[in-house]
Design a protein. Structure first.
Lengths: 352, 614
């Protein structure tokens, strides 16, 4: 962890967003993770993304389970409500919270242990339920808080710090999410802020469940030679196939994108994502093609990164299917919820 | 006919049991008979003893015609409608001496009829039905209605009343109405032409059901959730709680859908398991919706982890536990009160929870509403401990009442204006010195933002590993629990309280106890009765325990769980408490209570009918 708490007072020349807020105002409490932890970089990207979106902190809800990654919800956007729940069960908290108030923006932060072992059932079902939220997996292949056991995302042949070699196949959250029909699936690397920030912004604005698997090396337990989740290995093997540029609502597209290499996707709220294909063979709107591409590259030891799949036309978001009232359920006046005495008196006839 | 004279005084006071095969549609015929008797103004109970199975296994339905209005199961069967060949011999055995056996004589069963003390009534039901109707499924269904007709003739159920009921069910389907009416007449007319009727066990019009309904507890609880303003229901299907969510859904579709837009003011989430179901309730409650989950024992076992989080992080949460027979999978379609200890101390670490004990469907409705008020006032999980007998059987209850002046108690939730007036907001600071702290809802303002966690936290809501800071919060939680009774329903007292002997019980034992008190009263044995409606116990419970020298604790489990709670959570002398237990899986009857109390008092005759010296 860092031992120097930054002063609360911000320099007057710090840039502000459209709400007049500085990046500093999107920070949370001080991180207690190890110095150099990939998760802290992800936290920084979340702060940057929320600042860039000019998001009102009180409109954001932060949810997590248990583990190093789950602690990080305390380290960004201190002005938001946070719920650090129990191990692997954040998706159910998110589902209930979202059911109660569809208007807020929900971001869940989880890890590979939290999401792919103890909580894989809940992850699978929150995807299936298509709850409108951004779900980040800070994926490092190990259990950090219990000191370095392999997680379910550890690759075959990867070596633990103490020398054990993993022999069980990994569960890849990206392939899992694609299989389940998730409508926004991305992978990134904690060390690539330029790629990660627009992905987070697009994921927050996507209407439905958005998964970003972030390779986020554990400097203490999984950053050695022989590990396939180290900084060195990840930098060497990550393969940006498709870059995403996030364009907020009402902002002109300023950059020229080459014809045929870029795909503009309009998001629910009027903002846009411009997908720039670095690999011309790749089509991120075709789920089957995306799956095959990722799997092929994985076999070649390459982590494909970027916005791997997006389907913005899908209408299976939970509240859409439920036909929930537009007003948040938690705001509907009691008089509209309770049928009253007259209705009850009438109903009694059914039971005579 | 033998046995006639013995039953001469049994007008509106006897038991009919139907032995059927499940999945054959017998339930509608049986409830038709029950409802007709109810509409004749005669109090009645209906108990369904069904298997954990969809089709093919034995199932029984028992109607108690009870002019005195007893709610409990009776101890003897007077009329057996034996429609299941597989259970035929045991059904014959179960019949009380002097009773009547109705069977389908299409196939002779003379070898099985070895009792001389009962009257056998042979009706060729299958033959009658096969001669008049086509189609295998149709014949199976209508045979049930035909035996209802037989029974109607034998016990003198008003045919007009039954016709009225059929009309209500099939009024819009004339073909079904015709066939059902015809089947009913087939049975009825056969009796009138070939047998002596009515039997001495018969029904006569009374006026004791006016202002009453027949309803099951799960329906009433589901309705209570709607009236309480619950908007989020999360669940995983489990017998015997499933019909609670079915009812909630049905009522929501009736009362909560905007007729113009089709928009729904509710969300029901069928979770992947009970862990997720209760997690969803926590998420929704934390976010300011009234949310609940119905489940049964195995579900509670799974929910333990989250229940501890809700207790420690102080998130309101309403859980209906419609108890069934444990341990483990147990007998899912049988009743018990065996989750008391599980719920009272659910989850690891020092935890204690509020429990509510409805005794009948009427109380399921009112306690469902109250459960949300209590959960939000105390910011803690509240368990409503119903059981299969209450939840799935039709009980006669007074009409449910509603006061339009009722407004939910949402507890201490700070509004944006209140927050603006505060210098700083801290989630767990005891500002009012009542051990209940203020909470804020997400979306309110950055000033109200806080971090909810199940890890060690101080009163400011921050993570802590400091012993003193941790204990401040934990000790306040203890005070909160100690203060809880003032928000909880008071126990119900029956009797003047002047006897030395008392009964303490809870929930669905109530009917059996009230009946036992009548029996004991006729034998000049005076007993006071206190029924707890909530845990933690209030001072009335303590006073009752103190003022009675011999106390019978009546409950439906093997291990005397209510007695355990009383000894753990009150100052009562353990030696004063005597258990009367029923854990067969069938609803309790008055018999073990009467005999248990009589046996004990025989050891100490001084107590019999001796009022307490003051």
């Amino acid at each position: 962890m860092s031992y120097i708490n930054k002063p609360k007072v911000a320099h007057p020349s710090l840039p502000t967003n459209t709400l007049g807020m500085t990046r500093r105002q999107y920070e949370g409490s001080m991180s207690t993770l190890c110095a150099g932890c990939g998760h802290d970089s992800v936290t920084a990207s979340i702060i940057e993304a929320c600042w860039g979106l000019s998001m009102r902190p009180e409109q954001l809800v932060k949810l997590s389970g248990i583990g190093c990654s789950s602690k990080t919800t305390a380290y960004f956007v201190g002005g938001s409500h946070g719920f650090n729940s129990v191990h692997g069960r954040m998706p159910s908290i998110a589902s209930g919270a979202n059911a109660a108030n569809r208007r807020l923006t929900y971001v869940g932060v989880s890890g590979d242990g939290d999401s792919l072992s103890i909580g894989i059932g809940q992850l699978v079902h929150v995807i299936r339920r298509n709850v409108n939220m951004l779900y980040l997996i800070e994926n490092n292949g190990v259990y950090g808080l219990t000191k370095g056991q392999f997680s379910a995302s550890a690759d075959i042949g990867t070596k633990a710090k103490r020398g054990d070699v993993n022999s069980s196949p990994p569960i890849d959250p990206v392939l899992l999410a694609l299989t389940l029909g998730a409508t926004f699936v991305a992978r990134s690397f904690s060390g690539d802020k330029a790629q990660l920030v627009p992905l987070i912004q697009a994921g927050l604005r996507h209407n439905g469940f958005a998964l970003i698997d972030v390779l986020s090396p554990c400097v203490t337990f999984n950053d050695h030679e022989g590990s396939t989740k180290s900084y060195t290995f990840t930098r060497e093997h990550y393969h940006p196939a498709i870059e995403a540029d996030f364009v907020p609502k009402a902002q002109e597209i300023a950059v020229d994108y080459a014809e045929g290499e870029s795909i503009p996707v309009s998001l629910h709220d009027g903002s846009r994502v411009i997908l720039r294909k670095l690999d011309p063979e790749y089509d991120p709107t075709d789920r089957t093609a995306a799956y095959n591409y990722i799997e092929t590259k994985l076999k070649q030891n390459e982590y494909v990164t970027g916005l791997i799949h997006i389907n913005e036309t899908d209408s299976t978001e939970f509240h859409n299917l439920n036909r929930t009232a537009q007003a948040p359920l938690n705001s509907i006046p009691f008089e509209k919820l309770s049928p009253g005495r007259g209705a009850l008196d009438k109903l009694m006839g059914r039971y005579r | 006919m033998p046995g006639l004279s013995a039953n001469a005084n049994r007008v509106n006071d006897f038991v009919v049991k139907f032995a059927n095969v499940n999945g054959t549609g017998s339930a509608s015929a049986n409830s038709l008979v029950m409802k007709a008797i109810f509409r004749m103004g005669v109090p009645v109970t209906g108990k369904n003893y069904f298997p954990s199975n969809i089709q093919g296994l034995p199932t029984w339905y028992e109607i108690r015609v009870t002019r005195d209005g007893y709610a409990a199961r009776a101890t003897q069967v007077d009329i057996m409608v034996a429609m299941n060949a597989e259970t035929y011999s045991r059904d014959v055995r179960e019949l009380a001496s002097g009773g009547y056996l109705i069977y389908d004589s299409t196939w002779p069963r003379s070898s099985l009829l070895q009792r001389g003390d009962i009257t056998v009534i042979a009706v060729p039901l299958a033959k009658l039905v096969n001669e008049n109707f086509d189609g295998v499924r149709n014949r199976i269904l209508l045979k049930n209605i035909a035996y209802a007709g037989v029974l109607a003739a034998l016990i003198d159920v008003d045919l007009e009343v039954i016709a009225g009921l059929l009309n209500e069910s099939y009024g819009k389907k004339p073909k079904l109405l015709d066939s059902n009416s015809k089947a009913l007449r087939l049975g009825y007319d056969y009796v009138k032409q070939h047998l002596t009727s009515p039997l001495p066990l018969r029904v006569e019009h009374m006026d004791k059901t006016r202002g009453h309904i027949m309803i099951d507890g799960n329906t009433a609880a589901g309705l209570g959730c709607v009236y309480a303003g619950a908007t989020v229901g999360a669940w995983y299907p489990i017998t015997p709680s499933t019909s609670l969510m079915d009812a909630f859904k049905g009522f929501c579709e009736r009362y909560r859908v905007d007729p113009e837009t089709g928009e729904r003011n509710f969300a029901i989430l069928q979770a992947e398991d009970e862990l997720a179901a209760v997690g969803m309730v926590l998420g929704a409650s934390w976010n300011g919706a009234r949310a609940f989950t119905p489940t049964s024992g195995p579900g509670i076992s799974l929910m333990n982890e989250f229940v501890g989080l809700a207790y420690y992080a102080e998130v309101p949460c309403v859980i209906f536990d419609v108890q069934r027979v444990g341990p483990s999978t147990g007998m899912p379609t049988r009743t018990q009160q065996s989750d008391l200890m599980l719920c009272a101390y659910a989850s690891h670490g020092d935890t204690r929870h509020v429990l509510l004990f409805p005794a009948n469907p009427e109380e399921c409705f009112y306690l469902a509403v109250q459960a949300f008020d209590i959960a939000e006032r105390l910011q803690t999980p509240v368990f409503v401990l119903s059981d299969l007998d209450i939840g799935m059987n039709d009980w006669m209850c007074p009409d449910l009442q509603w006061d339009d002046a009722y407004r939910p108690d949402r507890g201490k939730i700070l509004s944006p204006e209140e927050l603006a007036g505060l210098e700083k907001f801290y989630r767990y600071v005891d500002r009012d010195d009542d051990a209940i702290t203020y909470r804020t809802l997400p979306g309110t303002s950055t000033k109200g933002a806080y971090f909810t966690r199940g890890s060690g936290h101080n009163q400011y809501g921050a993570y802590t590993e400091d012993s003193a800071e941790y204990q401040v919060v934990l000790d306040r939680l203890k005070r909160k629990f100690a203060n809880a009774p003032k928000y909880l329903p008071k126990p119900v007292m029956v009797g003047k309280g002047g006897n030395e002997v008392g009964i303490v019980s809870l929930g669905s034992c109530d009917g059996a106890i009230r009946e036992a008190l009548d029996v004991l009263g006729r034998q000049k044995i005076g007993v006071d009765y206190l029924r707890v409606k909530a845990f933690p116990f209030n001072s009335d419970v303590e006073a009752f325990l103190k003022s009675h020298s011999t106390i019978f604790v009546v409950e439906q489990n093997r291990d005397a769980q209510l007695k355990s709670l009383l000894t753990l959570e009150t100052a009562v002398e353990k030696s004063k408490l005597h258990s009367i237990l029923s854990y067969s899986g069938f609803p309790m009857t008055a018999e073990p209570i009467v005999s248990g109390i009589r046996a004990k008092l025989a050891e100490a005759p001084r107590l019999t009918a001796v009022p307490r010296k003051t």
